[in-house]
Design a binder for this molecule. Structure first.
Ligand code: NAP
Length: 524
């Protein structure tokens, strides 16, 4: 869970960064601030920075007036304050979603599809502004942020199309006077809880299929990145999606979560975030027997076999490891390299990582932004220290970046072992730990030796091996000679403790549908 920092109880490490006196800042840091400030001013004047929640189509403050600061992780500066909402606001959002469900679910699929398409068009028309907003609050490089806007929007476009294909079934009857049908109907009000690492895509991946099916939603974005969610919700209203269909509350995560779990009207919880919180939500959903889908943490192995094409393996590893500064659930967490190619691969990876430009996401040529907050940096530091203390070697990086704040040097570590913490926990930072293996069997054993089972990657030019290993891996997603695997048309989700259910693709619709069996009797 993110650190709480409501006004009056502000403990976030990001605040101390904000309070760094300007006089002690480097010229570079000052330039960084000016760039971010001018972007923030521009977005503010063009109405892109929304600083209220959305309940029943109305922009709303917290009922007790409390707010949370939203800060830029690159500079520590406050972008704006948003309401610190809790159970009461959430209950009202649920009531609005419940009312809106009556009419939204009765629209034809074609009408819902038109609204979704319009929403997609508006997001794409404003992808620059949304990308800037995302870089401001989340830190990822602008090019990557704009890429996420297109990726996030693609779910809306896809489900605008799929909305029209929610087919039922006719089942051959077992008695002559019977007719048997299967209807698919929307589950109802959906509570969608999302993390900070993909401030738009994790929302659209849930909300687009939910709306396509006829459900209405109460979204709870991370308190660290609520602005992209609010801007997207604003565009949903401009697209003609009726008030109450999309609601956004943010603030006290536990109170909001508890209200969503306790409500009889909420029929589905869809969550992306840590495994620990996912388990709590799953347990909490039992009281009202809600449908639950969970997209949780990963511990992705990236296996480089001796027969891999070095360039392909390098490109794929860089893409899967260092995207979003290593802060994705499908990031390679352990790079398993076969002994014959180990030295060559370690050298090639080290020199590529050495030349990565780190900085504010608005900077020219920057490919590595800051980590989300100081707690994230501390976690990376402790995992790296633990590995060093147990015999791992730093080939590149291995410490906080000279830029200060939450910047960490892109890092490669050699001689990492499966029992080190860095192999067992989700690093969520720009550190590539290399583990050496001898045989294919050993690689599979190491890869599966974790409770996580989200994404895995293999690099090999041997077709038989690629199938053999893919089938043996206990993971929901396998990239073969490819590090970037996410797309709206394919099912995304994990096995084991990485989650339940799938998002994206035709399978993603099922998560928001009830199956109703209808038996017609006396049909002779
Ligand atoms: P997190 O701490 O679990 O938070 C995720 C969301 O849950 C946030 O909105 C958070 O609110 C909220 N939350 C926290 N405690 C809650 C509670 N008791 N009840 C209800 N909601 C609660 O995870 P994170 O640090 O934001 O995200 C990183 C994690 O997400 C990583 O483990 C990553 O692997 C995973 N992830 C998985 C996928 C996937 O598709 N499998 C994709 C992206 C990320 P606040 O932020 O406001 O506290």
């Amino acid at each position: 869970m993110a650190l709480r920092h409501c006004a009056g109880n502000f403990l976030s490490p990001r605040r101390s960064a904000y309070m760094t006196p300007h006089s002690s800042m480097s010229i570079f840091a000052r330039q960084m601030n000016m760039e971010a400030q001018s972007v923030a001013a521009h977005l503010n004047s063009s109405g892109f920075i929304r600083s209220q929640g959305l309940i029943g189509g109305k922009w709303t403050d917290a009922y007790d007036g409390k707010t949370i600061k939203v800060c830029n992780p690159a500079t520590g500066e406050v972008i704006t304050n948003v309401p610190c909402m809790g159970g009461k606001e959430t209950n009202d959002a649920i009531a609005s979603a419940y009312d809106a469900f009556v009419s939204w679910s009765k629209l034809t699929a074609a009408d819902r599809s038109k609204c979704l398409r319009k929403w997609y068009d508006l997001i794409m028309a404003h992808k620059e502004e949304l990308g800037q907003l995302m870089t401001l609050e989340q830190g990822k490089p602008l090019k990557e942020a704009i890429g996420e806007v297109s990726y996030g929007a693609s779910f809306i476009e896809y489900y605008a199309e799929e909305a029209k294909r929610v087919y039922g079934d006719i089942i051959p009857a077992t008695l002559p006077d019977r007719r048997l049908f299967v209807l698919k109907q929307p589950v109802g009000v959906v509570g969608a809880i999302t993390p900070w690492n993909f401030p738009l895509a994790m929302i659209t991946r849930k909300v687009a299929p939910a709306l396509a099916c006829g459900c209405t939603v109460v979204i709870k974005p991370s308190e660290l990145t609520p602005l992209t969610a609010l801007a997207a919700a604003d565009l949903s209203i401009q697209a003609g999606i009726p008030p109450g269909v999309v609601n956004v509350v943010m603030g006290n995560a536990v109170d909001i979560g508890d209200a969503l779990l306790a409500s009889q009207q909420v029929r589905k919880i869809t969550f992306t975030g840590s495994t620990a919180v996912g388990k709590k939500l799953m347990a909490g959903a039992a009281a009202t027997v809600k449908k639950v889908s969970l997209e949780l943490g990963g511990n992705a192995p990236c296996i480089i076999f001796d027969d891999a094409d070095l360039e392909v393996a390098l490109k794929g590893t860089l893409a899967t490891k260092f995207r979003n500064s290593g802060q994705t659930c499908v990031c390679a967490n352990r790079v398993l390299v076969q002994e014959g190619i180990y030295e060559k691969f370690a050298n090639a990876l080290s020199s590529a990582v050495q030349s990565m430009k780190v900085g504010d996401g608005f900077g020219e040529g920057v490919v590595q932004g800051p980590l989300i907050n100081d707690a994230a940096v501390q976690k990376v530091e402790s995992l790296v220290q633990d590995a060093i203390s147990k015999g791992a070697k730093v080939l590149v990086g291995g410490k906080r970046h000279g830029l200060g704040r939450t910047f960490y040097e892109p890092t490669v570590m050699a001689d990492v072992k499966g029992e080190m913490l860095i192999s067992r926990e989700e690093v969520f930072g720009p550190v590539a730990p290399l583990l050496k293996f001898k045989t294919e069997e050993e690689a599979i054993r190491l890869a599966n030796d974790t409770n996580a089972g989200l994404a895995a990657y293999i690099f090999t030019t041997n077709v038989q091996r690629s199938w053999r290993v893919t089938e043996a891996l206990e993971y929901g997603i396998v990239g073969v000679n490819e590090g970037l695997v996410s797309t709206e048309v394919a099912p995304f989700g994990g096995m084991k403790q990485s989650g339940l259910g799938r998002e994206g693709s035709k399978y993603g619709l099922d998560e928001f549908l009830e199956i109703k069996y209808v038996c017609l009797g006396n049909m002779n």
